[in-house]
Ligand binder design. Structure first.
Ligand code: GLN
Ligand code: ZN
Length: 762
């Protein structure tokens, strides 16, 4: 008999209960007992959902008060020593200090978990880090689940993934130097679980989906040989990509079973299953943990059936990865219509899909016929629905030519015309787009959304705001102005709401980090722009000034990357559809005399596939999508782009290939180090390296920014260099923003004077 399980369930709660409990605890509005009670309620509810659905065990260990990697460190006792906490006496308040920092300690660093939008806390590896055991929270949760009568499988972040995902701080040359200690820590933990009667432990090693070097690959066999001796049955899980290059290793590893992600790595099954050992479980992740479409149950069942012949009860049916990355429950979506809902499955619905597959495999198809009927209906309606397939878009796609991706002249010809038109000073100053989103702006937008104020009132309020930011920018003496984006609550949502093919949920929250959740839009159909989206705002703003007003758009790759994307066509096709919609907007802006247009691509780098061998394909289509969105304009129209949170050096040729006339990037936090690559590569077009970090309320001084600019001049020719902050200013307050920009404009002026003096002296 096949078994069914999930690799993890979202912990935040269908109504973000965990978020509100955390934040109330942080504010001091409630005590630890209240927070713990919320956690216990959520765990109990989520286990019950798994049991009710008919999974063979509930997963314990996927809960975290902030992050599962930090949770693992707390469990092992491997918290950074610089905080001075005793790992065995760690309180919840201490744990949050590790995650969020305090007056005396800066927080642990946070970064993206593989290619997801979930951020984990980065382990800090020092020579003195200990793995001697820490908090009892996991053990308490196990007791909790058992007291509720559940059969338990424990989930842990695996030792090699934990090590790999950390950062060396001091005292060791290679992360693997810590391996003996880490293994001893896990041995101790597994022994304790074993002694407590735990039979099954899921141990996550998603790094197997990366391109590991020989040292890391070679570490697996000995580590698992050491862990398997005393341990409960270990199910080693891989996910986020295919692992067929490790087929032999996985077959030979001394573990009770292995899990494969068949959504991301559909083609690996044959190779890995061939000659699969008689005594080993193969858990197949067939229900997508990264996206929210209803599974094609017939198709999956057809794939699983032959394997069942081979594997018998060693076949487990599962989610591809933890369900952490999808929203909790479709039943909470009163706004979505029934047809759209019939295409979707959130975490709760995915439990039922997994069980339906298991029962069908186990000869109980009749019991789950309704699930199969619904799945069939969803596939059929997605194939034919006129809401999804739009002939206007199809025709447009078919007509795209290679020439559509190219500007009509090369950069040097374009920039000469643009300079002649704008007569900007050397080192032109500008900002990235948004200005502080004051409470007033947010209230006005919310009131308009709720229907409390009418359209005209709303327009008035926003225009007043735009008038105000234009005036401030004039006073500051900035050279290229922006309208400030007061009408946008989110740079993707704002455009998605105006495009066909996009849907928005009411409660489709997914944890991003800690208590922060995001609600990604759903791209379900062909993307089409029925009418202009930003032209009115930009045009209005341009009437207020003689200086150039930059139009402001979100690029196709970012629109894609921060959404749930339809899975019935390649991502690149969807990107191209968005690009065409944006291209029309860009052309409309140009027609409305907006002569500079910025197409933001902050998520460009995060779309890179996990394996570098897959990079060229992604970069090719991503660059093409950007160029198609930008290339419909004449030579005089200046296209800007903006990217942040990035290391660009390894993809510079592609960034250059985007051929934006001006790129603004985040560089101040790296002290312009990021620019070295641009210099070495001789990046050809204009570039604005950010001269101050907008993530902090600190006002940068003129000298600091001047120093950074001088440093930038060492790498970027004067004629190509712009002056701007690192990113948009929407999270900042006005007083510090005004002062910072005043200083920035001064720094640019000083630089101009220096250059003038240099010229005279020469
Ligand atoms: N134009 C956007 C802003 O200024 C860019 C935001 C971003 O890069 N994330 O807010
Ligand atoms: Zn940015």
């Amino acid at each position: 008999m096949a078994l069914a399980h999930v690799l993890g369930f979202p912990r935040i709660g269908a109504h973000r209960e965990l978020k509100f409990a955390q934040e109330s605890f942080w504010k001091g509005a409630s005590d630890e007992a209240a927070l713990r009670a919320t956690g216990a309620t959520l765990r109990a509810r989520h286990w019950q959902a798994q049991a009710d659905a008919g999974l063979d065990f509930v997963t314990v260990g996927d809960f975290a008060w902030y992050d599962q990697v930090l949770g693992t460190l707390a469990l092992l006792g491997a918290i950074p020593s610089r905080f001075g906490f005793d790992p065995k006496q760690l309180t919840l308040a201490d744990y949050f200090t590790l995650a969020r920092g305090s007056k005396h300690h800066f927080a642990m660093e946070m970064t993206k978990w593989f290619d997801t939008n979930y951020h984990y806390l980065v382990p800090e590896w020092t020579a003195d880090v200990k793995f001697d055991g820490g908090v009892d929270w996991l053990h308490d949760e196990i007791a909790e689940a058992r007291a509720l009568g559940h059969k338990v499988k424990v989930a842990l972040v695996g030792p090699l993934t934990l090590l790999y995902q950390g950062k060396i701080k001091s005292g060791i040359a290679h992360k693997l130097d810590l391996l003996p200690k880490v293994v001893a820590g896990y041995q101790q933990l597994l022994q304790r679980l074993h002694a407590a009667g735990i039979e099954s432990v899921q141990i996550d090693e998603p790094i197997l989906a990366l391109e590991l070097d020989a040292a890391w690959r070679a570490a697996f066999a000995p580590v698992y040989a050491q862990l398997s001796g005393t341990a409960p049955a270990l199910l080693l899980t891989t996910y986020f990509g295919e692992v067929s290059e490790h087929a032999e290793l996985l077959r030979a590893l001394p573990v009770a079973g292995v899990h494969l992600d068949l959504v991301r790595g559909a083609d690996q099954l044959e190779q890995i299953a061939a000659g699969w050992p008689q005594d080993k479980v193969l858990s197949l992740g067939v229900v997508d943990g990264r996206n929210l479409w209803r599974t094609d149950l017939d198709q999956v069942l057809a794939k699983l059936k032959p394997l069942q012949v081979q594997l018998g009860d060693r076949l487990w049916v599962a989610s591809s990865c933890s369900l952490l990355h999808v929203p909790v429950d479709l039943a909470n979506e009163p706004k979505l219509d029934d047809e759209l809902k019939s295409w979707l499955a959130f975490a709760t619905q995915k439990l039922a899909e997994i069980v339906a597959l298991k029962l069908a495999l186990n000869g109980k198809a009749a019991e789950v016929e309704a699930q199969f009927v619904a799945s069939r209906a969803a596939q059929a309606s997605r194939r034919s629905s006129s809401r999804i397939h739009n002939p206007l878009v199809q025709k447009r796609l078919a007509a795209v030519t290679a020439a559509d991706a190219e500007r009509s002249a090369g950069f040097s010809a374009r920039i000469a015309k643009q300079q002649a038109k704008w007569q900007l000073p050397a080192f032109p100053t500008t900002t990235i787009g948004s200005f502080p989103q004051t409470a007033e702006i947010r209230q006005a937008r919310a009131a308009y959304k709720r229907g409390e104020i009418g359209h005209l009132d709303y327009l008035d309020k926003m225009r007043e705001e735009i008038r105000d930011v234009v005036e401030k920018q004039e006073q500051l003496g900035l050279d290229v102005l922006v309208h400030g984006e007061p009408e946008r609550n989110d740079m993707v949502e704002y455009f998605g709401e105006q495009l066909w093919g996009y849907a928005f949920t009411a409660n489709g929250w997914v944890q991003s980090y800690g208590s922060r959740c995001v609600k990604p839009p759903i791209i379900y159909g062909d993307v089409y722009r029925p009418e202009a989206m930003t032209v009115g705002w930009s045009q209005f703003a341009q009437t207020l000034t003689a200086k150039p007003m930059k139009g402001m758009l979100t690029g196709p790759v970012t629109m894609l990357q921060w959404s749930f994307v339809r899975d019935d066509q390649p991502r690149e096709t969807t990107a191209l559809q968005i690009a065409l919609a944006l291209r029309d907007e860009v052309c409309d802006l140009e027609k409305a005399n907006i002569g500079m247009i910025q197409i933001d691509e902050p998520a460009f780098r995060e779309g890179l596939p996990l394996k570098s061998r897959d990079w060229p394909h992604y970069l090719d289509w991503a660059v093409r999508a950007f160029k198609i969105s930008a290339a419909g304009v004449g030579d005089e129209t200046q296209i800007h782009t903006h990217m942040c949170y990035s290391e660009f050096n390894d993809i510079l040729p592609w960034i250059a290939a985007m051929d934006a006339d001006v790129i603004t990037i985040e560089t101040s936090r790296s002290d312009m180090e990021l620019l070295d690559g641009f210099g070495q590569f001789a990046y050809p077009n204009d570039i604005g390296p950010g001269v101050y970090d907008i993530h902090s309320p600190r006002v940068p001084q003129v000298d600091e920014m001047e120093r950074l600019l001088r440093k930038a001049r060492g790498v970027i020719p004067d004629a190509r260099l712009w002056v701007n902050p690192d990113c948009g200013l929407k999270t900042r307050g006005w007083p510090e923003t005004y002062e910072a920009l005043e200083n920035m404009v001064l720094a640019a002026k000083r630089l101009r004077e220096t250059v003038e003096q240099e010229r005279k002296a020469a």
